[in-house]
Each structure stands twice: as C-alpha cells, then as structure tokens.
Design a protein around this ligand. Structure first.
Ligand code: GDL
Length: 681
C-alpha cells in the first residue's frame, strides 16, 4: 500500500457512452458535490473524441481554455479533477511512439492545471497485435508496463487510476482469485496506482464485503468502485431515479473510493449523487476512519436517503431554469399556489365567460416519490411500480371474473375484480397527474432531461388502463383500443422491441414479479429416447381428464402427426420428464377446415400441445418452455397459435390462465367439450 495518507475518493465518473455533459453541467456537478460532501470527478466520457477515439490528438487552444476553466472550477469547489484517457481501441503498447503520444497528451493536460490522471482499458479487444505479442508475454503485462511508465513520467501523481480490461468478477476467467490477468495487474502495477472495479458484474446489483476482500487480495490494494448502478447508457427506455443501494456501508473502510457512473442525462442524477453522498457520510462506513464521533450521521437507509434527495430535488424543480441558461429566482412555484399569477401575461385577462387561463398545479413530494419508484433501479422496481405490475397481472389472470357471474362465489369474485380494477385505474391516474404536474414545473432543464421517460411511462399506463377497461366490458378511447390495426403506440419499441420479444430473455421481466424457481429445470429438445416417458405422462394426465374427444395434441404426442422442426421440447427436473410442448407450424395439415372455421386457422395457423405435471410449482420454467416453442413458430413465419383442451381439464386450463400466454377463443360450431386457447405471435 502507498505510504501517502489517502482520502476516500467519493464522487462521480463521467464514464458512459453517448453525449457527454456540457461544461456548464460539469461545473454544476462540482458545486453539488461540494455542497453534499463529495470530493472527486473522473473525466472519462466514452464518446468524447479526444478521450478515446482520437486519444493521441492534443487539445486546440479553444479546448484548452475550456478544460482549464473546468479544472479550476473543480479546484474552487474542492473537487479532485481526474483526467482519464482510454487509448485501448488502437494503441500498440510496444511502440515507443505510442507511449510518447500518451505522455505528450497527459503532459498537455498537466499544463492545464490537472494533477490527477487515469488510464482506462475497459471495453476493448483483448487480442494483442503481432508486435505486442512479440514484446509482451500477456495483455496485462503490456498494459501494466505502459501504465507504470506513464505514471513515472508524470512524476507519480498522488492520484492515478487504472481501469483493467477485466473490471468485474464476471469477466475474470476462471475466477477472480485464479485470473492470470488480474494477478499480473496486482503483482506488477505500481502499488501507488489505484484500480477501478465495478463489482461482481458490469452493473452490480449487490457488492458484498467478501467480494471486495477477495479482489483486494488479488489486486494487492483496495479498489476504487466504478459503480454502474445508475448507468443507463445501455437502454434508452430506462433512467434510474432510485437510491444508491445494496452496497453495505461496511465496505467503506475496505475501499479506496466509490465513483458513480450515472445516467447519461445530467439532471436526473440528482438522486444518484445525493444518495451516494448520504451513503459516504453514514456512520458504520466511517467507524474505522478517524473523525469526530459528533459529526457522524446515522447508518445508511436507502429509503430515507431517497426522501432526503427528493426533498432537495423538489426545490430545484421550482427554480425557473431555462435551457438557455437563464433563471428567474423566486419563481412561481416557490410561492403559494393560491397567490400565483398566470404566466400568459401581455395584459390578457379573460372575461367572465371566457376560458380561464391554464394554471399549473404545483409538483409535490409524492409526485417525485412516485416518479422515482417508476424509474427505480436496474434490478428493482419501486414499491408502487411493483404493486401496479402485480395488480395488472392479477386482473389479467382473473379476467374471466370481470364480466359474468352465476353463483354467489363468482359474484364475490366479480366484486373483487371490479374493486381491484378501480384501484388499478386510480394508480394509473396518479401517474398521469404526476406527468401533468411535472410537465408544468418551472424548471424546464430538469423536465427536458426527463421528458422522454415520463412520456413513455404515461403512454404505458394509459394503454394498460385501456386494456383493463376492455376486460371489464367498457370501451376505452378509440385511440387506445388494441385490435388488429392499432395505432403505433399499441406496438411500441420499434425493431429493437421486435427483436426483444423474440428472445427467450424477454420473460426475464418475470424476475420482478414471480418468486425465483424452487427447483432446477432443464429445457431441451425432445429425442426419440423420451418417447416412453412422454407417453407415460400423456396417459396419466389423459386418465385425469377422462374424456373421449380427440385433440390434435394427442396425435402429436403419440407420433401420429410429426411436430415441426424445433417444436418439440421437454421440461425435465431431477425426477425426469415433467412436461412437454409439441407444435405444428401449419395446423391445416392436421385439422380440416370442416373442424375449424377458416378465420380461426387464418388468425392462428399453428397448433400447440402442452402438458405439465401437477407437481411442477414454477410457472416461470413452464413459460420459458412454451416461449421456446412459440419463438420457433414465429421464426417459421407463423402469426398465431392455438391449443385445444378438454373442457373438464380444469387443472391445465387454470394453470395456463395463470401464465397469461393465451386467451380463451369463442369458436362456434366446435364440440362443446372442447376449449380453445390462442394467442397471436
Ligand atoms: C461499461 C463501461 C461504461 C458504461 C457501463 C454501462 C465500465 C468500466 N465501462 O462496461 O463505460 O457506461 O458499462 O453501460 O463500466
């Protein structure tokens, strides 16, 4: 460990892909950091030309001027400005000219008044070029050798950071302790250089003390966490407004620092940075650090930290900041709403029979809490969002109770359905009202940074609201009706959305809703060896439903009709085959149009047979099994699929309803003991 007494580095790394922050935003960040007690800013915007792509290029006079101003602004706010270069896209480590270019560039930044530096080797090709392979025995050796040399050239700055290529446990092969890359870095990188680490994964849900102890021992120094918990550069539909969370404060004495790499949009990071600051100040993290006990806060509670951040943020929303940089202080919303004068002045006063002027309702702390819960954290929705998902799920699964009732128990269920539908509608209403108040807030800068997201969630809940109305037998607004020809907001997400729906991981959203599986399952293609077990399961379940009507599925399972390619899949647990799905892309080859009306086969050209043992407790596993076959059907061009059940096969019918993959189809002219479920693909 270095001889120097080291302060805990806390603050922000501007290390995301996409549009870098402006100089004004960075200065605002320094001011906030100082106010909240954070001390570091790492300059590493991935898509800034001269940080990564053209790392060799020196700064022009004008750029130099801007950087100098920025560096002095950081100093004024007592924030350590660390300048990083990412040369890994194309550097030849063994070429002295390249090392000279690195030194020249960093020396130039040194002249701007910068004292702290970093070299970053994240997200690059790990294969060395021929020249480097001749000169170095490994990639780690190449990076370490150049980094050590540049460090010496800069006269060993007090703060110098290195980001390894394997910067999280998931990237280490075969494991953190056995990674030869990390071991070389740990052994050979100058011990006064600190190392960045993102935790178990690139975006780590939890970072445990044990995991940090493990990596520290390999790196031979405590790491600086580069925390991607609030980063959103990988998904344009998400922004993270939840609190810094799932990092025990006991980590603090075991780390060299924590820098958060947050959302690309500057303003929404108010919560990320504020809550990180609260975390850094918490008592258990500081008990090993010498400081006055009097000054210590209480231990960190993410919920409380969030409320503190949102309370301060609410004040910011009231400042009439405009994108052109102007601000009129003491603006409307900071005054009592009742004293507000309308904004549209110019002497216009509506007459007694005219339309009154539009007056904005002021934003509230509950609005901001709701906003944060809707856009919480990468692995977790906030409590309200979770409740909305669960309610929508319940309403969908129990939609048969929405419109009819014959017995007393059924009408009880109808009442429950209606009550819950109303509550769901209220929750959606709260989101829309929050959207309205937010979009009327005086601070247009914060609003514009959030706009796409709040607009997206408003449309999302509006669609869900309309869907529940339809289930309940009401008619939603025509623009919201989901039929065969919906408006484009009825099928959101563009091409990327299409891809996503085809991938098996699409069902991962269930992580937020369903408990984790209780057993280990295998989902695999059917082979002829499975035939006897499959038939056994088929016959057992057949006798359970004791009905004579013949299903297409029977013929598929018994091998009288051959399933289409990639359309026969087995679910297996420790006790053997516990489920199967067989499908036929073109159902017409197995049923006649005399059996099925033409329109059914047009809308749902494929047929699927599903059987699951009653003792399988994990719906998610079954969903994946079915999703697998549906994805094959979709790949072969099918636009819809139906499955047949005997009407007394209540168990399978109820089970499938809970999965919410199919709707019951009303088809006239079919045998009455047949139930058809179907879905579009
Ligand atoms: C990364 C990148 C980072 C990016 C983040 C989230 C590191 C060290 N590098 O892997 O630039 O913003 O993921 O997408 O985290």
């Amino acid at each position: 460990m270095s001889k120097k007494s080291k302060i805990f580095l806390s603050g922000v790394v501007e290390g995301f892909y996409g549009r870098p922050w402006t100089m004004t935003q960075r200065k605002e960040l320094f001011s906030r950091e100082q106010k909240w007690g954070l001390n570091t800013y790492l300059y590493a915007p991935k898509d800034d030309y001269k940080h990564r792509m053209y790392w060799r290029d020196l700064y022009s006079l004008e750029e130099a001027d801007q950087l100098m101003t920025l560096i002095s602004a950081a100093e004024e706010h007592h924030v350590e400005f660390i300048y990083a270069l990412s040369p890994g896209l194309d550097i030849t480590f063994s070429n002295p000219k390249e090392v000279a270019a690195l030194k020249r560039k960093l020396s130039q930044v040194c002249e701007f008044g910068c004292r702290s530096f970093a070299l970053l080797f994240d997200d690059i090709e790990t294969e060395m070029c021929a020249a480097d392979k001749e000169a170095f025995s490994s990639f780690a050796e190449a990076q370490v050798s150049v980094t050590n040399e540049v460090f010496r050239h800069l006269e060993e700055p007090e703060i110098f950071l290195f980001c390894p290529t394997d910067y999280c446990a998931a990237f280490c092969t075969p494991s953190v302790p056995l990674s030869s890359y990390l071991n070389t870095v740990g052994e050979k990188l100058n011990p006064a250089i600190d190392i960045l680490w993102t935790g178990p994964k690139v975006v780590s849900n939890h970072i445990s003390v044990a995991s940090i102890e493990e990596v520290s021992s390999v790196l031979r120094r405590p790491p600086v966490i580069w925390d991607n918990i609030h980063a959103n550069d990988y998904d344009p539909q998400r922004v993270f407004l939840g609190p810094f969370k799932n990092r025990p404060t006991e980590l603090i004495p075991k780390l060299r620092g924590v820098l958060t790499n947050p959302n690309c949009e500057f303003e929404p990071n108010f919560v990320a940075v504020h809550t990180l600051a609260t975390w850094c100040k918490s008592v258990s993290g500081q008990k090993d650090v010498s400081m006055d006990v009097e000054d210590q806060g209480s231990d960190y509670n993410p919920h409380e930290a969030l409320q503190l951040a949102l309370t301060d943020w609410l004040v910011e929303f009231g400042q009439a900041d405009q994108p052109d940089g102007s601000r009129s202080r003491g603006s409307r919303s900071t005054r009592d709403a009742s004293e507000e004068e309308p904004m549209q002045t110019d002497g216009y006063v509506p007459g007694p029979k005219d339309n009154p002027l539009y007056t904005a309702e002021p934003l509230t702390l509950s609005d901001l809490t709701l906003l944060s819960e809707l856009f919480y954290l990468p692995y977790e929705h906030g409590p309200t969002a979770l409740r909305m998902l669960q309610e929508l799920h319940w309403l969908r699964s129990n939609s048969d109770a929405a419109t009819f009732s014959t017995t007393a128990t059924e009408s009880e269920k109808v009442r429950e359905w209606r009550q819950r539908a109303e509550r769901f509608d209220d929750m959606c209403g709260a989101v829309v009202r929050m959207f309205n108040r937010l979009s009327n807030a005086p601070n247009r800068i914060i609003l514009y940074d959030l706009y796409d997201y709040i607009c997206d969630i408003k449309s999302g809940v509006t669609m869900a609201r309309a869907f529940i109305k339809t289930l309940g037998g009401l008619t939603p607004h025509p623009a919201m009706i989901i039929n065969d020809d919906p408006e484009p907001w009825g099928f959101r997400g563009g091409l990327s959305g299409e891809f996503q729906r085809m991938l098996p991981c699409h069902g991962n959203r269930d992580l937020f809703r369903s408990p984790p599986a209780t057993r280990v399952y295998t989902i695999r293609p059917y082979t002829p060896k499975d035939q006897s077990e499959v038939l056994k399961l088929f016959n057992e379940m057949q006798s359970e439903s004791q009905q004579k009507v013949e299903l297409v599925g029977d013929r598929l399972v018994e091998g009288r009709v051959t399933p289409s390619q990639n359309c026969s899949v087995i679910l297996e647990d420790v006790s053997g085959v516990c489920g199967y799905v067989f499908a036929l892309t073109d159902a017409k080859t197995a049923v006649t149009e005399a059996q099925y009306p033409k329109t059914v086969l047009q809308d749902y050209p494929s047929v699927i047979a599903i059987q699951i043992r009653p003792n399988v407790p994990d719906p998610t596993a079954v969903k994946r099994l079915i999703a697998h076959v549906m994805s094959s059907l979709r790949d072969s061009g099918s636009s819809g699929v139906f499955c047949e059940f005997r009407c007394n096969d209540r168990r399978m019918l109820d089970f499938l309803k809970t999965l919410n993959l199919f709707q019951v189809l009303q088809v006239h002219g079919l045998p009455t003991d047949l139930v058809i479920m179907a879905t579009k693909l």
